[in-house]
Design a protein. Structure first.
Length: 577
């Protein structure tokens, strides 16, 4: 993609200044304007005149693509076989090291690479180099004239980029010559790419000097006569001979340049097939024919190229502003040979200037998007905080309700645990009275009873999660249950072991505790036998020793006054009528 949609190619020549306005319309290039300014030969204040003309045509402080003169450029062609793992840029960088050592300076360079159909197994490249001082000199000159360089293209490359798209299809390389005032730019290339470029340090000024010396004219008069009646053939024989001598010297240097090309691109596939000439010096009468005869190659003018008739805008600049058109084409990145020696710092500045409005728009939209996102984020945080506060309050209420429920359940469990024995006693009161009467009628007169209660009261079940509770207070009558001489101290906890729980048989169970003077418990066994004969008694027997609670110690003075008696505990299971 090109960096810009429109650009101005500015060719700052010695005799003429040419500007071509070019822009992209869809996928095609269009030339919208061409301006030319001729500089006087005897005027020493050319920069001031150029600056005034640039302001007049609207190019003051504008971005323009400018040319690097051929004398300030160095070109190094090369080729890489496809088996070579290096890229053309890597190969050119290796060649650049040698040039830096020879030049004693760090050269700036650019690489143009392409594949030629005539040699499909190789990749061709052309490296353009220039000293940093030469580049800075051209850029400073452009800035002093009031324009800002948008691209810096070697003049030979700009010549090829301007004329090659109009050359039509051709297999042999073509030679493109731009005969300027001080030098002649040479470019040799194929439709696929540029093979060779060079600048010959002789141009139209040598012919003007020959006319001035021969005809004894001033430089301005010699320049005018050269384009009017002077020529290599016809007209004044003396002028013709002088111009022919200069043309031979010019062709000799051009032939030397072509000799360098032939040494690097040998073989019939790379033999030049045609010469295309342009520039002010190429209009000298008889020069094109003399050049064709000397080099033995057909020659045409740039205005006669095959594509010139079909290109709608070519006639605006072709033959008069070729370099300027090539500069604009290269700057728009629409050229067959893309070579630019503009420093990266200036290139970034151009991209910023060109895309500034879009970047500012992107920054504004980015700031708006960031503001909207921040507002949405803050609103989300506020809503989330409100939701968290609501949920926290709800959870606290739920926690308080759970605690309140646990307290109610705990209080209800405590009430049920305390009310259970009372309800059992109250509901079983008549049955207990009947059972106690039966026992009283069956017991031996020598024996006595110290305790009568239900099994749940005798062996209360303490929940595992609750701490042990102290036993209820005994009545004075229950005091005699603890009479046992020499008994060890009893534990304060009257709860039975968890290994001996109360077994629910479905019948009321009563516990009778008493004492007998019979050590063998004979009278107690008789009591049990008589109770078993009663139809109301389901089961009766002595309570197992591991379930009998030990009696508490009595004071020593009370224990010494009581004779030894044997304690017994009977369990009676009564049938419910």
């Amino acid at each position: 993609m090109p960096r810009a949609r429109k650009i101005v190619g500015l060719d700052l020549g010695t005799r003429n200044v040419r500007a071509v306005w070019m822009q992209l319309q869809g996928a095609a290039l269009r030339v919208t304007r061409v301006e030319t300014f001729a500089l006087p030969l005897d005027d020493q204040d050319a920069p001031q005149l150029i600056r005034a003309w640039l302001e007049k045509v609207g190019l003051a402080n504008a971005f323009c693509s400018v040319a690097l003169p051929g004398g300030s450029s160095i070109f190094q062609p090369g080729r890489l076989p496809h088996s070579d793992p290096r890229t053309p840029q890597q190969a050119a960088a290796m060649d650049l090291v040698q040039f830096n050592e020879m030049a004693g300076d760090t050269m700036r360079y650019a690489v143009h690479a392409f594949d030629a159909p005539s040699e499909p197994g190789h990749t061709f490249y052309l490296m353009a180099m220039a000293r940093p001082m030469a580049i800075e000199r051209v850029l400073q000159s452009a800035l002093l004239l009031g324009v800002r360089p948008a691209d810096l293209v070697p003049s030979s490359v700009a010549l090829y980029n301007a004329l090659e798209p109009l050359a039509g299809p051709h297999i042999q390389p073509w030679i493109y010559l731009d005969v300027g005032h001080q030098q002649t730019d040479v470019a040799i290339g194929l439709p696929a790419g540029l093979l060779f470029a060079r600048a010959v340090p002789i141009g139209g000024k040598a012919f003007s000097d020959a006319v001035a010396q021969t005809a004894k004219l001033s430089p301005a008069q010699a320049e005018a006569r050269k384009h009017s009646d002077a020529g290599l053939e016809g007209g004044d024989p003396a002028l013709g001979a002088a111009l022919t001598a200069v043309a031979d010297r010019w062709i000799s240097q051009l032939n030397s340049c072509l000799g360098v090309y032939r040494s690097q691109f040998g073989g019939p596939a790379f033999a030049p097939g045609q010469i295309v000439v342009t520039g002010g010096g190429a209009r000298l009468r008889g020069l094109a024919a003399h050049l064709s005869a000397q080099l033995r190659l057909p020659i045409i003018r740039a205005a006669d190229l095959p594509g010139a008739a079909t290109a709608p805008d070519a006639q605006l600049w072709l033959g008069s502003a070729d370099l300027a058109a090539g500069l604009a084409t290269t700057a728009l990145e629409f050229a067959p040979a893309q070579v630019s020696l503009l420093p990266a710092k200036l290139r970034d500045e151009i991209v910023f200037k060109e895309k500034k409005i879009y970047w500012f728009a992107a920054a504004v939209f980015g700031a708006l998007a960031l503001g909207l996102f921040s507002a949405y984020f803050l609103s989300g945080i506020r809503d989330e905080r409100h939701y968290l506060q609501t949920e926290s309050a709800r959870l606290k209420n739920c926690d308080a309700l759970v605690k309140q429920r646990d307290e109610i359940v705990k209080r209800g469990d405590l009430i049920r645990s305390r009310a259970g024995p009372v309800l059992q006693i109250l509901s079983g009161g008549p049955l207990a009275r009947e059972t106690l009467t039966l026992v009283a009628n069956s017991i031996n007169p020598e024996d006595w009873i110290t305790l009568f209660c239900d099994e749940a009261s005798y062996l209360p079940q303490t929940p595992e999660a609750e701490p042990p509770k102290p036993p209820p207070k005994r009545s004075p009558f229950a005091l005699f249950r603890d009479l046992r001489t020499g008994a060890p101290p009893a534990a304060n906890n009257l709860s039975p072991s968890a290994a001996n729980p109360v077994i629910d048989t479905g019948h009321p169970v009563f516990i009778i505790e008493g004492y007998t003077p019979d050590p063998s418990l004979g009278t107690v066994k008789e009591l049990l036998a008589r109770l078993r004969t009663s139809p109301r008694i389901a089961k009766t027997d002595l309570l197992a020793d591991d379930r009998v609670l030990p009696p508490k110690d009595l004071p020593e003075k009370d224990a010494s006054r009581l004779p030894p008696y044997r304690r017994f505990v009977i369990q009676i299971e009564v049938k419910v009528p």
